[in-house]
Design a protein. Structure first.
Length: 196
């Protein structure tokens, strides 16, 4: 049923259904207008037609939702509201991009440039332009069950990220070289690291 409904739906790029493009004609799934003397056949035909209409409607709604992001209304932010910044377009010098946070912030919205662009209050250490397309921003949702710390962003020095040290929690000597267990400012103790 789903395959038939998909192949009988008009494609946005061609303006035709795949059936019409391939065979040159439109198939119909309306055997109910053919008179029969078998009530079960009529019931089955009506049930199939109803299912086909439901699948067609679901496909149309799905297509509408997919294109709503392109033509729908953008997310609105109030001045002073916090927003996450998508990190994919921010060049961060990290050892492992896969382990890096996928979003930065949260940052305060300080100015609405247009309904599709906002200016954020970034720390001066980030050294990037502070106006962003609304598609790169997302709302900050806070609740009591899931709290998160506002981590300070890293300081970028000569293209390398540097973080502020809160303290040294341990030290040990390995092969004649000293290593220190560092507690980073704004990060939990679980994220302490050994540094030479």
């Amino acid at each position: 049923m789903a395959k038939f409904a998909y192949n009988n739906a008009v494609h946005s790029s061609t303006g035709k259904t795949p059936f019409k493009a391939l065979y040159g004609w439109e198939p119909t799934l309306t055997p109910s207008n053919v008179p029969t003397d078998v009530p079960e056949a009529n019931n089955l035909a009506q049930t199939m037609e109803k299912q086909w209409r439901e699948v067609e409607s679901a496909l149309w709604q799905s297509k509408s939702r997919m294109t709503a992001g392109e033509e729908g209304s953008p997310i609105d932010f109030e001045l002073g509201e916090e927003a996450w910044l998508d990190a994919r377009n921010v060049n961060l010098k990290t050892l492992s991009p896969k382990l890096t946070e996928q979003r930065l912030g949260p940052f305060k919205v300080i100015k609405e440039i247009s309904n599709r662009a906002y200016q954020l209050k970034l720390p001066p250490t980030m050294q990037i332009h502070n106006v962003f397309y609304v598609g790169l921003l997302s709302k900050v949702k806070r609740d009591k069950k899931r709290t998160f710390e506002n981590r300070p962003p890293p300081v970028t020095v000569e293209g390398e990220e540097e973080y502020k040290v809160e303290g040294i929690t341990n030290a040990e000597e390995r092969d004649g070289k000293w290593f220190f267990r560092v507690k980073w400012k704004g990060y939990s103790s679980k994220e302490n690291t050994w540094e030479p």
